[in-house]
Design a protein around this ligand. Structure first.
Ligand code: MN
Ligand code: MN
Length: 428
């Protein structure tokens, strides 16, 4: 290697000599030799021309930067050397969404319009004041919910069970599921109202475009309403001419009183549409963290499977993928990073924190590593009633060690010692 070649690469760095000395001889040789070896053509897949402390001239960024965004996304600023090529962005933050604020609370959504890769699921955050009502409504898609904070009252009528009534109270940590087409409502309770996440099994879902009771009645001829219910037309004189959507009201009456009144004639179905994960043991617990998997086996009403994952500092949701469907993620607390490998040498790493949405397409392998100092808690949600995954360790641990060694050259000893059961969160 000639000095002629070294000079042009490092000449522009402000502190050439100091940086030059800080890089090990071998690393520097590799870095400096690369452009010469590749001649004038594009760099080979997966090979980035970079230095460990990013001091090279080709790594400088003289233009504008956004230090706050870069600080939250270190793996975008300096990607792992294994990242390569074009993987569609798989992260969006609720903090970037338009927030619609109404008298009874607010809402915002992340759909395929915001995050184009998220074709099969969409999410909504909503807060309802004490007494605030999300208007009686329905939609084509199934609605899966996770209560983030506070307490609320949910109602529905079950079309599959003779029109039985469902009225129930939920609090932080609880889940609910309303199948597509099932009419329902949500109301905030005291003292703090309720904040929750909704996930729908369609990326094109639009929270601002659902079937509302007030809108439905306003757009039905008054004489038809009168005939339908066998009452005078004047009964409907005060039907609102504009949608209510999220509006402030009084707190509801006592739960038992409302359950009894609404269930007259058909009875009520009490717990069918609600699931309380606080009452279940983790599906799996390891040194690295724990997971609670809630799918149709435990929650028969659900069309949407989910995993509630806690990863301790230093731990990682192990390398795996999902053969049945895409995965929609919501980050509840902590910090993490995820790499998605997308075949044809493409891989990308993005960073996540509370309030972020992540998305993984069907059968793309990924891991989620806790990169912070506190527990990382996130939700994996699937547009499918059954949870399914295959872990990389499970795959390699149950394939002849001789065969795997011929691919990745790790030695058979390592392969024979891979844990025989899926860890979900590592270390074991
Ligand atoms: Mn809904
Ligand atoms: Mn996953």
């Amino acid at each position: 290697m000639s000095t002629e070649r070294e000079k042009p690469i490092d000449a522009g760095a402000a502190t050439t000599r100091r940086h030059f000395l800080s890089v090990s001889g071998a690393a520097l040789a590799a870095v400096v030799a690369a452009p010469a070896m590749e001649s004038q053509t594009a760099r080979p897949a997966g090979k980035q021309i970079t230095s460990p402390d990013h001091h090279l001239q080709n790594e400088t960024q003289p233009g504008p930067t956004n230090p706050a965004i870069e600080g939250e996304n270190p793996n975008s600023v300096w990607a792992p050397l294994s990242d390569n090529g074009s993987v569609q962005p798989f992260k969006y933050s609720f903090s970037l969404s338009h927030k619609e604020i109404d008298s009874g609370g607010w809402t915002r959504q992340v759909t395929v319009r915001d995050l184009p890769v998220s074709k099969t699921m969409a999410g909504v955050e909503m807060y309802l004041t004490p007494g605030g009502i999300r208007e009686l409504h329905w939609h084509v898609q199934a609605e899966w919910a996770f209560v983030i904070h506070g307490k609320g009252r949910i109602t529905a009528v079950d079309p599959t069970d003779g029109g039985k009534s469902f009225v129930n109270d939920v609090s932080a940590g609880d889940l609910w599921l309303f199948p597509g087409g099932t009419p329902h409502s949500i109301q905030g309770l005291g003292p703090e109202g309720v904040m929750f996440l909704l996930v729908f099994n369609d990326g094109a879902f639009n929270e601002f475009d659902t079937f509302l009771l007030s809108d439905y009645f306003h757009h039905t001829p008054k004489e038809v309403l009168a005939k339908n219910f066998s009452v005078p037309e004047s009964t409907f004189d005060k039907v609102p001419t504009e949608k209510l959507y999220i509006f402030q009201s009084e707190l509801p009456r006592p739960l038992e009183e409302e359950q009894k009144q609404a269930g007259e004639g058909t009875g009520d179905i009490d717990g069918k549409f609600v699931f309380r994960p606080a009452a279940m043991k983790p599906t799996k617990e390891t040194v690295g963290g724990s997971v609670k998997i809630v799918d149709r086996k435990l929650f028969p009403a659900t069309d949407i499977a989910a995993a509630i994952v806690t990863v301790k500092p230093g731990g990682m949701r192990e390398m795996h993928w999902h053969p049945l469907s895409d995965e929609w993620q919501y980050y509840v607390s902590g910090k993490g990073r995820m790499t998605i490998f997308d075949a044809a040498s493409a891989a990308r790493t993005e960073d996540f924190q509370a309030g972020d949405v992540g998305y993984v397409q069907i059968s793309r392998p990924h891991y989620v590593e806790n990169t912070g100092t506190e527990d990382l808690v996130f939700l994996e949600v699937f547009p499918n009633p059954v949870y399914q995954d295959i872990s990389t360790a499970e795959w390699l641990g149950h394939t002849p060690a001789r065969l795997v060694d011929e691919h990745i050259h790790t030695g058979e000893e390592f392969l024979k010692n891979i844990a025989k059961k899926e860890a979900i969160v590592v270390p074991l």
